[in-house]
Design a protein around this ligand. Structure first.
Ligand code: C2E
Ligand code: MG
Ligand code: MG
Ligand code: MG
Length: 296
């Protein structure tokens, strides 16, 4: 939007600043509107969690789910996090929204455990949540209120968030692990990790970003990077998960590379809780032949 205004201002050749400022004014009005809508969404409980299967590649079993937020906006329909998480982050609303996500995910994890389902639930923590000085205390109380076994909950922190202040991250992640939680480094490969810090960050899982998986079969560089990350994870004693598995070939290749887990549209899109549950209850096993077969 601002780009278009800038272009128009250049074309006219004068009053550039005025036009540009107007464009920014409008977009900041829109941002304000969105923030108001997000506040209402929180009050009216318009947010919902979808769940995407996390699959053990060797046996094809579903071992857990990543909780992914959606917004049932009465005006615009189902909205994806890319449309609103940045504004929630900018306005600080991510803290109450993130707390809601954690509560809802813990409640769901506990409900599944009570049903006898052995599932891990992974939750994304935003940068601001991760940097919140109260995060450990907040998690302690959310865990206590939900009654969930902390080892069922996995917190995903992006590599970029973790590397903003590596020393602080090592302390925070250590404290979160002290609560009994699992920790995953999300979108790995897109940030700038110092291997020295990666070694010291006590994460359990490294999630390979989907941008390296997409062209795995055709781009030898991407294949080499993926193999290197898997090797690095093995060397450091961490488990490894590949995001964005969209084809049987992706699945097979990652299996062959020795990657522990995967997630992606080829197995399943993120689903509403009841649909995810139905999928797991049928005891599905994702096989690289491209078929969904029951576990024998
Ligand atoms: P992420 O944590 O890396 O989550 C994975 C994203 O990849 C999800 O997008 C998922 O739907 C998508 N995905 C899964 N499999 C495939 C595939 O095979 N191909 C492709 N192209 N995409 C796939 P989604 O749900 O739109 O979420 C986008 C991002 O929004 C997430 O990336 C995460 O950073 C953020 N996000 C989602 N839910 C939350 C939340 O509750 N809190 C916070 N702070 N951030 C969230
Ligand atoms: Mg994630
Ligand atoms: Mg990711
Ligand atoms: Mg991502």
């Amino acid at each position: 939007h601002a780009d278009a205004a800038m272009y128009e201002a250049k074309r006219r050749g004068r009053n550039n600043l005025v036009l540009f400022a107007e464009a920014l004014g409008e977009s900041s009005r829109q941002r304000l509107q969105l923030q108001q809508d997000l506040r209402r969404a929180l009050e009216q409980q318009e947010f919902v969690l979808y769940y995407q299967p996390l699959v053990e590649l060797a046996g094809g079993r579903v071992v857990g789910a990543e909780a992914l937020i959606r917004w049932r906006d009465p005006q615009h329909g189902l909205r994806s996090p890319a449309e609103f998480i940045p504004y929630a982050e900018e306005s600080g609303l991510i803290l109450p929204i993130g707390a809601w996500v954690l509560q809802a995910a813990c409640r769901q994890a506990q409900a599944w455990a009570a049903q006898g389902l052995d599932l891990q639930v992974a939750v994304n923590l935003s940068t601001r949540q991760f940097q919140d000085p109260e995060i450990v205390a907040k998690l302690r109380s959310i865990l206590a209120n939900s009654g969930v076994d902390p080892c069922r909950l996995e917190l995903e922190i992006t590599e970029s968030a973790a590397m903003l202040d590596p020393e602080a991250s090592i302390r925070t992640i250590g404290a979160l692990k002290g609560l009994g939680l699992q920790i995953a480094i999300d979108d790995f490969g897109t940030g700038y990790s110092s291997l020295n810090y990666l070694k010291r960050i006590p994460a359990d899982v490294i999630k390979i970003d989907q941008s390296f998986v997409r062209d795995l079969a055709t781009d030898p560089d991407d294949a080499a990077i993926v193999r290197a990350i898997i090797g690095l994870a093995q060397t450091l004693g961490r488990r490894c998960l590949a995001e964005g598995i969209e084809t049987a070939e992706h699945f097979q290749t990652l299996q062959r590379f020795g990657c522990d887990y995967g997630q992606g549209y080829w197995m399943s899109r993120p689903l509403p809780a009841a649909e995810f549950e139905a999928l797991v209850l049928e005891q599905p096993c994702f096989l690289a032949t491209g078929n969904l077969a029951p576990v024998s």
